[in-house]
Write a new protein. Structure first.
Length: 453
Protein backbone atom coordinates (compact mmCIF):
# COMPACT_ATOMS: atom_id res chain seq x y z
CA UNK A 1 0.00 0.00 0.00
CA UNK A 2 1.32 3.44 -0.93
CA UNK A 3 2.10 5.84 1.89
CA UNK A 4 0.40 9.28 2.04
CA UNK A 5 3.71 11.07 1.26
CA UNK A 6 4.17 9.01 -1.92
CA UNK A 7 0.60 9.76 -2.98
CA UNK A 8 1.10 13.48 -2.35
CA UNK A 9 4.33 13.48 -4.35
CA UNK A 10 2.69 11.60 -7.21
CA UNK A 11 -0.28 13.97 -7.30
CA UNK A 12 2.04 16.97 -7.02
CA UNK A 13 4.01 15.74 -10.02
CA UNK A 14 0.91 15.18 -12.17
CA UNK A 15 -0.53 18.51 -10.97
CA UNK A 16 2.65 20.32 -12.02
CA UNK A 17 2.32 18.89 -15.53
CA UNK A 18 -1.31 20.04 -15.73
CA UNK A 19 -0.39 23.52 -14.47
CA UNK A 20 2.42 23.77 -17.02
CA UNK A 21 0.00 22.91 -19.83
CA UNK A 22 -2.54 25.38 -18.45
CA UNK A 23 0.14 28.10 -18.29
CA UNK A 24 1.08 27.48 -21.92
CA UNK A 25 -2.56 27.50 -23.07
CA UNK A 26 -3.54 30.65 -21.14
CA UNK A 27 -0.31 32.40 -22.16
CA UNK A 28 -0.90 31.79 -25.87
CA UNK A 29 -4.56 32.74 -25.54
CA UNK A 30 -3.91 36.10 -23.88
CA UNK A 31 -0.97 36.88 -26.16
CA UNK A 32 -3.34 36.61 -29.10
CA UNK A 33 -6.17 38.48 -27.37
CA UNK A 34 -4.05 41.43 -26.15
CA UNK A 35 -1.61 41.38 -29.11
CA UNK A 36 1.46 40.97 -26.86
CA UNK A 37 3.91 39.96 -29.56
CA UNK A 38 7.05 41.53 -28.07
CA UNK A 39 9.46 39.44 -26.02
CA UNK A 40 8.78 41.46 -22.87
CA UNK A 41 5.02 41.33 -23.45
CA UNK A 42 4.99 37.56 -23.98
CA UNK A 43 7.23 37.05 -20.94
CA UNK A 44 4.83 39.09 -18.77
CA UNK A 45 1.80 37.15 -20.00
CA UNK A 46 3.44 33.75 -19.40
CA UNK A 47 4.65 34.92 -15.96
CA UNK A 48 1.16 36.00 -14.93
CA UNK A 49 -0.39 32.80 -16.29
CA UNK A 50 2.19 30.72 -14.40
CA UNK A 51 1.51 32.61 -11.15
CA UNK A 52 -2.21 31.93 -11.38
CA UNK A 53 -1.80 28.29 -12.48
CA UNK A 54 0.93 27.19 -10.07
CA UNK A 55 0.27 29.28 -6.95
CA UNK A 56 -3.52 29.02 -6.96
CA UNK A 57 -4.07 25.74 -8.84
CA UNK A 58 -1.14 23.65 -7.65
CA UNK A 59 -1.06 25.28 -4.21
CA UNK A 60 -4.70 24.53 -3.44
CA UNK A 61 -4.27 21.05 -4.91
CA UNK A 62 -1.35 20.38 -2.57
CA UNK A 63 -3.35 21.66 0.42
CA UNK A 64 -6.24 19.39 -0.55
CA UNK A 65 -4.04 16.28 -0.82
CA UNK A 66 -2.23 17.09 2.42
CA UNK A 67 -5.50 17.53 4.34
CA UNK A 68 -6.82 14.27 2.84
CA UNK A 69 -3.76 12.47 4.22
CA UNK A 70 -4.29 13.94 7.70
CA UNK A 71 -8.07 13.80 8.16
CA UNK A 72 -10.37 11.20 6.66
CA UNK A 73 -13.38 12.61 4.81
CA UNK A 74 -15.74 9.87 6.02
CA UNK A 75 -14.61 9.36 9.63
CA UNK A 76 -13.63 12.99 10.43
CA UNK A 77 -16.04 14.89 8.18
CA UNK A 78 -16.62 17.98 10.34
CA UNK A 79 -12.95 18.50 11.14
CA UNK A 80 -11.97 18.00 7.49
CA UNK A 81 -14.63 20.46 6.28
CA UNK A 82 -13.75 23.24 8.72
CA UNK A 83 -9.99 22.90 8.33
CA UNK A 84 -10.43 22.78 4.54
CA UNK A 85 -12.57 25.94 4.51
CA UNK A 86 -10.22 27.85 6.81
CA UNK A 87 -6.97 26.95 5.04
CA UNK A 88 -8.45 27.44 1.56
CA UNK A 89 -9.83 30.90 2.35
CA UNK A 90 -6.62 32.06 4.03
CA UNK A 91 -4.32 30.67 1.36
CA UNK A 92 -6.44 31.85 -1.58
CA UNK A 93 -6.87 35.37 -0.15
CA UNK A 94 -3.17 35.86 0.58
CA UNK A 95 -2.10 34.33 -2.74
CA UNK A 96 -4.49 36.49 -4.80
CA UNK A 97 -3.17 39.66 -3.11
CA UNK A 98 0.46 38.65 -3.68
CA UNK A 99 -0.16 37.86 -7.38
CA UNK A 100 -2.01 41.14 -7.90
CA UNK A 101 0.69 43.10 -6.08
CA UNK A 102 3.32 41.62 -8.41
CA UNK A 103 1.10 42.28 -11.45
CA UNK A 104 -0.31 45.73 -10.83
CA UNK A 105 2.36 47.30 -8.64
CA UNK A 106 5.67 45.73 -9.69
CA UNK A 107 4.99 44.85 -13.36
CA UNK A 108 2.42 47.47 -14.45
CA UNK A 109 3.84 50.21 -12.23
CA UNK A 110 0.65 51.35 -10.46
CA UNK A 111 0.84 53.17 -7.13
CA UNK A 112 0.22 51.17 -3.99
CA UNK A 113 -2.36 53.75 -2.81
CA UNK A 114 -4.89 52.47 -5.38
CA UNK A 115 -4.25 48.80 -4.65
CA UNK A 116 -7.39 48.41 -2.49
CA UNK A 117 -9.59 50.99 -4.24
CA UNK A 118 -11.71 51.30 -7.36
CA UNK A 119 -11.57 48.63 -10.01
CA UNK A 120 -8.64 46.84 -8.36
CA UNK A 121 -10.75 46.10 -5.29
CA UNK A 122 -13.39 44.48 -7.51
CA UNK A 123 -10.69 42.55 -9.39
CA UNK A 124 -9.37 41.24 -6.06
CA UNK A 125 -12.87 40.18 -5.02
CA UNK A 126 -13.74 38.60 -8.38
CA UNK A 127 -10.46 36.64 -8.54
CA UNK A 128 -10.75 35.55 -4.91
CA UNK A 129 -14.34 34.27 -5.23
CA UNK A 130 -13.68 32.56 -8.57
CA UNK A 131 -10.49 30.89 -7.27
CA UNK A 132 -12.34 29.86 -4.12
CA UNK A 133 -15.05 28.25 -6.24
CA UNK A 134 -12.48 26.24 -8.20
CA UNK A 135 -10.74 25.20 -4.96
CA UNK A 136 -14.06 24.10 -3.44
CA UNK A 137 -14.76 22.07 -6.56
CA UNK A 138 -11.52 20.11 -6.05
CA UNK A 139 -12.25 19.66 -2.34
CA UNK A 140 -15.72 18.36 -3.26
CA UNK A 141 -14.13 16.05 -5.83
CA UNK A 142 -11.77 14.67 -3.18
CA UNK A 143 -14.72 14.18 -0.86
CA UNK A 144 -16.65 12.25 -3.52
CA UNK A 145 -13.67 10.03 -4.33
CA UNK A 146 -13.20 9.15 -0.65
CA UNK A 147 -16.92 8.65 -0.17
CA UNK A 148 -17.15 6.27 -3.15
CA UNK A 149 -14.11 4.36 -1.87
CA UNK A 150 -15.75 4.06 1.55
CA UNK A 151 -19.02 2.82 0.04
CA UNK A 152 -17.11 0.33 -2.11
CA UNK A 153 -15.18 -0.93 0.94
CA UNK A 154 -18.38 -1.26 2.97
CA UNK A 155 -20.02 -3.13 0.10
CA UNK A 156 -17.03 -5.46 -0.11
CA UNK A 157 -17.30 -6.11 3.63
CA UNK A 158 -20.95 -7.02 3.29
CA UNK A 159 -20.20 -9.25 0.31
CA UNK A 160 -17.47 -11.16 2.13
CA UNK A 161 -19.72 -11.63 5.15
CA UNK A 162 -22.45 -12.97 2.87
CA UNK A 163 -20.04 -15.36 1.10
CA UNK A 164 -18.62 -16.56 4.42
CA UNK A 165 -22.08 -17.19 5.83
CA UNK A 166 -23.02 -19.11 2.67
CA UNK A 167 -19.92 -21.29 3.07
CA UNK A 168 -20.77 -21.97 6.71
CA UNK A 169 -24.29 -22.88 5.69
CA UNK A 170 -23.08 -25.23 2.96
CA UNK A 171 -20.61 -26.84 5.35
CA UNK A 172 -23.21 -27.35 8.08
CA UNK A 173 -25.71 -28.61 5.49
CA UNK A 174 -23.18 -31.18 4.25
CA UNK A 175 -22.38 -32.24 7.80
CA UNK A 176 -26.06 -32.56 8.66
CA UNK A 177 -26.95 -34.18 5.34
CA UNK A 178 -29.15 -37.26 6.13
CA UNK A 179 -26.97 -39.49 3.96
CA UNK A 180 -23.82 -38.39 5.80
CA UNK A 181 -25.43 -38.80 9.23
CA UNK A 182 -26.94 -42.15 8.28
CA UNK A 183 -23.59 -43.55 7.18
CA UNK A 184 -21.75 -42.07 10.17
CA UNK A 185 -24.28 -43.47 12.66
CA UNK A 186 -24.34 -46.78 10.79
CA UNK A 187 -20.57 -47.07 11.09
CA UNK A 188 -20.78 -46.06 14.76
CA UNK A 189 -23.47 -48.67 15.45
CA UNK A 190 -21.43 -51.45 13.88
CA UNK A 191 -18.28 -50.35 15.69
CA UNK A 192 -20.01 -50.36 19.07
CA UNK A 193 -20.68 -54.11 18.75
CA UNK A 194 -17.44 -55.05 17.02
CA UNK A 195 -14.86 -52.68 18.44
CA UNK A 196 -15.95 -50.41 21.33
CA UNK A 197 -12.56 -48.69 21.45
CA UNK A 198 -12.76 -47.82 17.75
CA UNK A 199 -16.34 -46.62 18.25
CA UNK A 200 -15.15 -44.27 21.00
CA UNK A 201 -12.45 -42.90 18.72
CA UNK A 202 -14.99 -42.45 15.92
CA UNK A 203 -17.32 -40.49 18.24
CA UNK A 204 -14.47 -38.31 19.44
CA UNK A 205 -13.35 -37.44 15.92
CA UNK A 206 -16.94 -36.79 14.82
CA UNK A 207 -17.41 -34.34 17.69
CA UNK A 208 -14.13 -32.60 16.75
CA UNK A 209 -15.40 -32.14 13.20
CA UNK A 210 -18.62 -30.51 14.40
CA UNK A 211 -16.81 -28.38 16.98
CA UNK A 212 -14.34 -27.04 14.41
CA UNK A 213 -17.16 -26.08 12.03
CA UNK A 214 -18.95 -24.17 14.79
CA UNK A 215 -15.74 -22.45 15.91
CA UNK A 216 -15.24 -20.86 12.50
CA UNK A 217 -18.46 -18.83 12.57
CA UNK A 218 -16.67 -15.54 13.36
CA UNK A 219 -13.51 -16.05 11.28
CA UNK A 220 -12.69 -14.88 7.75
CA UNK A 221 -9.25 -16.47 7.43
CA UNK A 222 -7.57 -19.04 9.67
CA UNK A 223 -3.99 -20.31 10.03
CA UNK A 224 -3.27 -23.12 7.62
CA UNK A 225 -2.07 -25.28 10.51
CA UNK A 226 -5.58 -25.27 12.01
CA UNK A 227 -7.21 -26.14 8.70
CA UNK A 228 -4.73 -28.97 8.01
CA UNK A 229 -5.23 -30.36 11.51
CA UNK A 230 -8.98 -30.32 10.91
CA UNK A 231 -8.53 -31.96 7.49
CA UNK A 232 -6.50 -34.75 9.07
CA UNK A 233 -9.23 -35.37 11.66
CA UNK A 234 -11.89 -35.30 8.97
CA UNK A 235 -9.98 -37.72 6.74
CA UNK A 236 -9.43 -40.09 9.69
CA UNK A 237 -13.18 -40.02 10.22
CA UNK A 238 -13.71 -40.90 6.56
CA UNK A 239 -11.04 -43.59 6.94
CA UNK A 240 -13.03 -45.21 9.77
CA UNK A 241 -16.13 -45.04 7.59
CA UNK A 242 -14.61 -46.36 4.34
CA UNK A 243 -11.61 -48.24 5.84
CA UNK A 244 -8.97 -48.96 3.17
CA UNK A 245 -11.10 -47.43 0.42
CA UNK A 246 -9.81 -43.94 1.36
CA UNK A 247 -6.14 -43.02 1.35
CA UNK A 248 -4.86 -39.56 2.15
CA UNK A 249 -1.53 -37.73 2.42
CA UNK A 250 -1.44 -34.53 4.46
CA UNK A 251 1.80 -32.62 5.26
CA UNK A 252 2.97 -32.61 8.86
CA UNK A 253 4.67 -29.19 8.52
CA UNK A 254 4.41 -26.06 6.38
CA UNK A 255 6.94 -23.55 5.07
CA UNK A 256 5.59 -20.48 6.89
CA UNK A 257 3.50 -20.43 10.07
CA UNK A 258 2.07 -17.02 9.09
CA UNK A 259 0.22 -18.50 6.10
CA UNK A 260 -3.57 -18.48 6.25
CA UNK A 261 -6.45 -19.96 4.30
CA UNK A 262 -10.19 -19.44 3.94
CA UNK A 263 -11.89 -21.50 6.68
CA UNK A 264 -13.86 -24.67 5.89
CA UNK A 265 -12.55 -24.72 2.33
CA UNK A 266 -10.77 -28.06 2.87
CA UNK A 267 -13.88 -29.65 4.35
CA UNK A 268 -15.95 -28.61 1.32
CA UNK A 269 -13.34 -30.00 -1.09
CA UNK A 270 -12.92 -33.28 0.79
CA UNK A 271 -16.68 -33.77 1.05
CA UNK A 272 -17.00 -33.08 -2.70
CA UNK A 273 -14.33 -35.68 -3.44
CA UNK A 274 -16.26 -38.32 -1.50
CA UNK A 275 -19.62 -37.19 -2.88
CA UNK A 276 -18.68 -37.29 -6.57
CA UNK A 277 -16.46 -40.40 -6.68
CA UNK A 278 -16.83 -44.10 -6.13
CA UNK A 279 -15.18 -45.09 -2.84
CA UNK A 280 -14.53 -48.84 -2.62
CA UNK A 281 -11.69 -51.30 -2.07
CA UNK A 282 -11.54 -51.98 -5.80
CA UNK A 283 -11.57 -48.26 -6.64
CA UNK A 284 -9.99 -46.48 -3.69
CA UNK A 285 -10.10 -42.67 -3.37
CA UNK A 286 -6.66 -41.12 -2.92
CA UNK A 287 -6.41 -37.54 -1.68
CA UNK A 288 -3.11 -35.66 -1.64
CA UNK A 289 -2.72 -32.28 0.08
CA UNK A 290 0.56 -30.43 -0.37
CA UNK A 291 2.09 -26.96 -0.67
CA UNK A 292 3.47 -25.70 -3.97
CA UNK A 293 4.52 -22.17 -4.98
CA UNK A 294 2.37 -20.31 -2.41
CA UNK A 295 -0.65 -22.51 -3.11
CA UNK A 296 -2.18 -25.35 -1.13
CA UNK A 297 -2.96 -28.16 -3.56
CA UNK A 298 -5.84 -30.58 -2.93
CA UNK A 299 -5.68 -33.41 -5.47
CA UNK A 300 -7.68 -36.61 -5.83
CA UNK A 301 -8.09 -39.35 -8.42
CA UNK A 302 -11.36 -39.49 -10.37
CA UNK A 303 -13.72 -42.50 -10.13
CA UNK A 304 -17.02 -40.86 -11.10
CA UNK A 305 -20.23 -42.24 -9.73
CA UNK A 306 -22.64 -43.55 -12.33
CA UNK A 307 -25.83 -41.77 -11.19
CA UNK A 308 -24.91 -38.76 -9.12
CA UNK A 309 -26.61 -36.21 -11.36
CA UNK A 310 -25.25 -32.94 -12.63
CA UNK A 311 -22.96 -31.16 -10.16
CA UNK A 312 -23.97 -27.59 -9.16
CA UNK A 313 -20.40 -26.71 -8.07
CA UNK A 314 -21.86 -24.51 -5.31
CA UNK A 315 -19.03 -25.33 -2.90
CA UNK A 316 -16.26 -24.68 -5.44
CA UNK A 317 -17.87 -21.45 -6.63
CA UNK A 318 -18.30 -20.21 -3.10
CA UNK A 319 -14.63 -20.84 -2.28
CA UNK A 320 -13.55 -19.08 -5.48
CA UNK A 321 -15.85 -16.11 -4.75
CA UNK A 322 -14.57 -15.68 -1.20
CA UNK A 323 -10.96 -15.73 -2.37
CA UNK A 324 -11.86 -13.23 -5.10
CA UNK A 325 -13.01 -10.77 -2.45
CA UNK A 326 -9.83 -10.86 -0.37
CA UNK A 327 -6.94 -11.40 -2.81
CA UNK A 328 -5.93 -10.89 -6.42
CA UNK A 329 -4.74 -14.50 -6.63
CA UNK A 330 -7.54 -16.72 -7.85
CA UNK A 331 -8.44 -20.31 -7.07
CA UNK A 332 -7.18 -22.72 -9.76
CA UNK A 333 -9.26 -25.74 -10.76
CA UNK A 334 -7.85 -28.44 -13.04
CA UNK A 335 -9.57 -31.59 -14.30
CA UNK A 336 -7.92 -33.94 -16.81
CA UNK A 337 -10.47 -36.77 -16.29
CA UNK A 338 -7.87 -38.71 -14.31
CA UNK A 339 -7.16 -36.34 -11.43
CA UNK A 340 -9.07 -33.40 -10.02
CA UNK A 341 -6.88 -30.64 -8.56
CA UNK A 342 -7.81 -27.45 -6.73
CA UNK A 343 -5.12 -24.87 -5.85
CA UNK A 344 -5.96 -22.52 -2.98
CA UNK A 345 -3.87 -19.32 -2.56
CA UNK A 346 -1.98 -19.10 0.72
CA UNK A 347 -2.47 -15.69 2.36
CA UNK A 348 -0.65 -13.52 4.86
CA UNK A 349 -3.29 -10.78 5.17
CA UNK A 350 -6.47 -9.71 3.40
CA UNK A 351 -5.51 -6.81 1.10
CA UNK A 352 -4.86 -4.54 4.12
CA UNK A 353 -8.54 -4.78 5.15
CA UNK A 354 -9.59 -6.44 8.40
CA UNK A 355 -13.21 -7.46 8.47
CA UNK A 356 -13.78 -7.74 12.22
CA UNK A 357 -16.36 -5.09 12.97
CA UNK A 358 -20.01 -5.90 13.50
CA UNK A 359 -21.74 -4.56 10.40
CA UNK A 360 -25.23 -4.92 11.80
CA UNK A 361 -24.47 -2.53 14.67
CA UNK A 362 -22.73 0.10 12.53
CA UNK A 363 -24.11 3.56 11.72
CA UNK A 364 -23.65 2.95 8.04
CA UNK A 365 -27.14 4.03 6.98
CA UNK A 366 -26.92 7.29 8.93
CA UNK A 367 -23.51 7.99 7.45
CA UNK A 368 -24.83 7.50 3.91
CA UNK A 369 -27.70 9.92 4.53
CA UNK A 370 -25.37 12.54 5.97
CA UNK A 371 -22.93 12.11 3.09
CA UNK A 372 -25.76 12.72 0.62
CA UNK A 373 -26.67 15.95 2.41
CA UNK A 374 -23.03 17.03 2.48
CA UNK A 375 -22.71 16.29 -1.23
CA UNK A 376 -25.72 18.54 -1.96
CA UNK A 377 -24.20 21.30 0.20
CA UNK A 378 -20.91 21.18 -1.70
CA UNK A 379 -22.75 21.39 -5.00
CA UNK A 380 -24.67 24.41 -3.69
CA UNK A 381 -21.49 26.07 -2.38
CA UNK A 382 -19.57 25.47 -5.61
CA UNK A 383 -22.44 26.91 -7.66
CA UNK A 384 -22.53 29.97 -5.39
CA UNK A 385 -18.80 30.62 -5.76
CA UNK A 386 -18.93 30.24 -9.54
CA UNK A 387 -22.16 32.14 -10.31
CA UNK A 388 -21.81 35.14 -7.97
CA UNK A 389 -18.57 36.45 -9.61
CA UNK A 390 -20.26 36.40 -13.02
CA UNK A 391 -23.28 38.28 -11.61
CA UNK A 392 -20.90 40.90 -10.18
CA UNK A 393 -19.16 41.18 -13.54
CA UNK A 394 -22.43 41.56 -15.45
CA UNK A 395 -23.71 44.16 -12.96
CA UNK A 396 -20.56 46.29 -13.06
CA UNK A 397 -20.24 45.95 -16.83
CA UNK A 398 -23.78 46.84 -17.92
CA UNK A 399 -25.36 48.74 -14.98
CA UNK A 400 -22.61 50.06 -12.69
CA UNK A 401 -24.91 52.72 -11.23
CA UNK A 402 -26.98 50.23 -9.25
CA UNK A 403 -25.24 47.39 -7.42
CA UNK A 404 -28.03 44.82 -7.50
CA UNK A 405 -25.55 41.94 -7.09
CA UNK A 406 -25.76 42.36 -3.30
CA UNK A 407 -29.24 40.85 -3.30
CA UNK A 408 -28.21 37.40 -4.66
CA UNK A 409 -25.02 37.51 -2.56
CA UNK A 410 -26.92 37.89 0.73
CA UNK A 411 -30.08 35.99 -0.29
CA UNK A 412 -28.28 32.94 -1.62
CA UNK A 413 -25.64 33.26 1.11
CA UNK A 414 -28.23 33.06 3.90
CA UNK A 415 -29.72 29.97 2.25
CA UNK A 416 -26.24 28.49 2.07
CA UNK A 417 -25.69 29.08 5.80
CA UNK A 418 -28.96 27.36 6.70
CA UNK A 419 -28.08 24.50 4.34
CA UNK A 420 -24.75 24.01 6.16
CA UNK A 421 -26.50 24.06 9.55
CA UNK A 422 -28.95 21.44 8.29
CA UNK A 423 -26.07 19.21 7.19
CA UNK A 424 -24.66 19.42 10.72
CA UNK A 425 -28.13 18.77 12.20
CA UNK A 426 -28.31 22.17 13.91
CA UNK A 427 -31.06 24.78 14.13
CA UNK A 428 -30.92 28.25 15.68
CA UNK A 429 -34.01 27.73 17.81
CA UNK A 430 -33.83 24.03 18.67
CA UNK A 431 -30.07 23.45 18.96
CA UNK A 432 -27.81 20.66 17.73
CA UNK A 433 -29.06 17.11 17.03
CA UNK A 434 -32.64 18.12 17.87
CA UNK A 435 -34.17 15.44 15.64
CA UNK A 436 -32.10 12.64 17.17
CA UNK A 437 -32.89 13.82 20.67
CA UNK A 438 -36.62 14.05 19.92
CA UNK A 439 -36.68 10.59 18.31
CA UNK A 440 -34.88 9.11 21.31
CA UNK A 441 -37.25 10.88 23.69
CA UNK A 442 -40.32 9.54 21.88
CA UNK A 443 -38.88 6.01 21.72
CA UNK A 444 -38.07 6.08 25.46
CA UNK A 445 -41.60 7.31 26.17
CA UNK A 446 -43.11 4.54 24.04
CA UNK A 447 -40.95 1.88 25.74
CA UNK A 448 -41.99 3.20 29.17
CA UNK A 449 -45.68 2.99 28.23
CA UNK A 450 -45.24 -0.56 26.96
CA UNK A 451 -43.58 -1.60 30.23
CA UNK A 452 -46.40 -0.10 32.37
CA UNK A 453 -49.21 -1.83 30.43
Amino acid sequence: MKTPSINIYKNLKSGSIVCAKLTLFLGLFFILVYQKFTIIGMAQVFLISAMYSFTLGLGNGFINEYLNSKWDWVKETNKRVWIGIFTTIIYTGITVLIIHYIMYILIFGNKFEIFFTGNLAWIHLFTFVFSLGVAIFFHARGFMINWKASVSQETTKQEIVAKTETAKFESLKNQLDPHFLFNSLNVLTSLIGENPNQAEKFTTKLSKVYRYVLEQRNKDIVPIEEELKFAKTYMELLGMRFEDAVQFNIPDSISNHELKIVPLSLQLLLENAVKHNVVSNSKPLTVNIYEDNNYLIIENNINPKAAIGKSTNVGLQNIADRYGLITQKGVKIENNNKTFKVSLPLLIKMNNIMYTEDLENSNYVKAIERVEKLKEFYQNLASYCLVIPFLIFINLKFSPGFHWFWFPIFGWGIGLVFHFLEVNNYTFFLGKNWEDKKIKEMMDKENHLNRTR
